[in-house]
Design a binder for this molecule. Structure first.
Ligand code: ADP
Ligand code: MG
Length: 219
């Protein structure tokens, strides 16, 4: 079993959107998935309750209970655990980070998110946890050209020496509407740009978690 924690100090950066989409991407590809919702707002479990078709298992829990949950999940044959976390100080999400094989730090390409990311990344690094940045809610490219805000953000992340996943999630209305019915953008329409982003992002994360061969075999 592999575990990915989705973290960010900022509320509204897209932790829940990303957690649910990763859990659904793994589920749609036949993996045994458990989404652990450690945010007291319970957004991701509410989203998944809105599904009309079976989806990934979801448990409302808290940081200190994650280890016990992992043991149960392992016994029950879960192979991918996704942890959604609150926008909290590091101490509060340290359980999620400890439990994870990989931490995904979600940021919007804004100055405030970048500044917060630097501090969070430093702490995760001290906890010796692999951390990758996911840029979310980026404005779309025009004729293949990155908008200045995204360019600046990518340059800043490079300066900060933070590893950024090369798949950028854009600000798209379908990310919001899909979750209203508990569905992934891939289920709404696999031909959309959003669906392609999520598929590529899941491939990247899956390869990181399980290795290239295991990820390929699962496809
Ligand atoms: N890529 C995106 N495009 C458009 N809207 C998004 C995107 N990612 C998140 N949102 C919206 O931003 C808001 C905050 O996202 P959410 O996932 O709840 O953030 P968090 O869990 O970090 O607080 C929600 O309304 C969500 O629908
Ligand atoms: Mg959330």
């Amino acid at each position: 079993m592999r575990t990915v924690a989705v973290i960010a100090r900022k509320g509204g950066s897209g932790k829940t959107t990303l957690s649910v989409h990763l859990a659904l991407a793994a589920h749609l590809r036949g993996r045994g998935v458990l989404l652990a919702d450690t945010d007291a707002q319970r957004s991701s479990s509410q989203v998944l309750k809105g599904r009309r078709t079976p989806g990934p298992a979801c448990v409302e829990t808290s940081g200190p209970k994650l280890f016990a949950l992992q043991l149960t999940a392992l016994r029950e044959g879960v192979d991918t655990m996704v942890i959604d976390t609150p926008a909290a100080m590091e101490e509060e999400i340290s359980h999620a980070i400890v439990a994870a094989d990989l931490a995904l730090l979600v940021i919007r390409p804004t100055f405030l998110d970048l500044a917060a990311a630097l501090q969070t990344a430093e702490i995760v690094r001290r906890m010796r946890k692999p951390t990758l940045i996911v840029v979310n809610q980026a404005p779309v490219t025009r004729n293949g050209v990155e908008p200045p805000a995204v360019k600046r953000a990518l340059e800043a992340l490079l300066l900060m020496r933070l590893p950024v996943i090369p798949i950028i999630l854009r600000a798209r209305a379908v990310y919001q509407s899909a979750l209203e019915t508990g569905r992934s953008v891939e289920e709404i329409d696999p031909q959309t740009e959003a669906a392609r982003e999520i598929a590529e992002l899941w491939d990247f994360v899956e390869t990181f978690l399980f290795g290239r061969d295991a990820a390929k075999a699962a496809r």
